[in-house]
Design a protein around this ligand. Structure first.
Ligand code: F6R
Length: 372
């Protein structure tokens, strides 16, 4: 089953170009997204909503966080996101015309399922227009049975406890949701839709190119052999990607890792920086690059060990002193976060190999969290 791979996680990281192809299959044409991808009711239900509430846990929550940036920035639709274990217990107020989106690889996560059940109950008592959509990797799961609309990610079975290919396909699913909602509501021009679809078609190739950096990342992983903590920085959609990278590193290598939006550095975490602290930054060539660069200078001035994942055009290290990985050529708003995540998965994997942990079965964790 594992073929040339030592672990399922490694196999699943390398399956990602195919997982993306499978998730797009039958959902797009050359130039557009098929509204039917979300089922026959989707067009009517999507036309009536004025905001989105996403609920998920762990890695699936990070996919939702990326989507929040997309929904508000690209189609101007308000989007809220919360972890299920908080949402379900705080007695949230339901507003009519909200699309509730649950995201889950397994479809069996207890808190996510309970949040969905609670939403349906409140909605029915008050007779509110609150359609529910689940984005899920398991067709016959509790979550898909309970939702009005279902979008299946076609990542294939994910065996490694640390989620990799499921996350990537969740992001693909959310980009299709963005495009469909934008289209149905007249918030997206045909031209923009075409650009998004063309970007998605390039994604398998972009991921393959990112995977080609494995040897370089293996070298960088050696720097973590004697480390017990790390800091990940990003801005915009790269902030949730930094959170996901920190989660991967902590769950499989047991290194304490934190992610911060780079602008928050001087509000506290800068105090942690010394010459022993590895700081990993994600630096796409976008509107926030100059701001990020000055954050990185703040870290460097305090002796922090900087590792930067950037794209071809970013040139973060004009003054030297940082370890730079040219992770991708891509700067698309949708494809960039999906692509930048790939080398960070490889980093977590290779650090875990060096630490000698049980990569596919990390201590204390279960693949499917069916208890709260
Ligand atoms: C992290 C990881 C977990 C899951 C979380 C939600 O690598 O796998 O954080 O993402 O337990 O699981 P699902 O997506 O099945 O609801």
């Amino acid at each position: 089953e594992l073929g040339e791979h030592r672990h399922y996680m490694h196999k699943e990281i390398f399956e990602q170009p195919q997982s993306v192809i499978d998730t797009l299959e039958g959902r797009i044409t050359q130039e557009s997204v098929l509204t039917s991808a979300f089922g026959h009711q989707a067009e009517t239900l999507f036309a009536s909503i004025s905001q989105i509430q996403i609920i998920a846990c762990g890695t699936s929550y990070h996919a939702g966080m990326v989507a929040k940036y997309w929904f508000e920035d690209i189609i101007g639709l308000p989007c809220f996101i919360e972890v299920a274990s908080e949402y379900r217990y705080r007695n949230p107020v339901l507003l009519s015309d909200t699309l509730f989106v649950t995201i889950s690889q397994s479809g069996e996560t207890a808190d996510t399922l309970a949040a969905l059940q609670q939403i349906k109950q409140k909605r029915d008592v008050k007779n509110l227009n609150c359609p529910t959509l689940s984005i899920c990797n398991v067709p016959e799961s509790s979550l898909t049975r309970e939702s009005d609309l279902v979008f299946l990610t076609h990542a294939g079975p994910e065996v490694g406890v640390a989620s990799t290919k499921a996350f990537t396909t969740q992001l693909v699913a959310l980009s299709l949701l963005l495009t469909t909602l934008g289209k149905v509501q007249g918030r997206l021009t045909q031209k923009r839709e075409r650009i998004i679809v063309q970007g998605l078609q390039k994604l398998p190739g972009l991921i393959r190119n990112a995977l080609n950096h494995e040897d370089e990342i293996k070298e960088i992983a050696k720097r973590f052999a004697d480390k017990s903590s790390a800091l990940f920085l990003g801005r915009g959609t790269m902030y949730p990607i930094a959170m996901e990278a920190a989660l991967k590193l902590k769950e499989i290598s047991y290194i304490h890792a934190e992610a911060y939006p780079a602008g928050e550095l001087k509000h506290g975490p800068l105090a942690l920086i010394d010459e022993y602290m590895p700081v990993i930054a994600i630096a796409p060539h976008d509107d926030l690059l100059e701001k990020l660069k000055s954050n990185l200078q703040e870290v460097r001035a305090r002796g922090g060990q900087m590792i930067v994942f950037e794209d071809e055009n970013a040139n973060t290290d004009s003054e030297g002193g940082m370890k730079v990985v040219k992770a991708t050529t891509n700067v698309g708003r949708i494809t960039a976060p999906i692509t930048f995540n790939i080398p960070l998965q490889l980093l977590a994997y290779h650090v875990a190999l060096i630490k000698g942990t049980d990569v596919d079965q990390p201590r204390n964790l279960a693949k499917s969290v069916t208890v709260e």
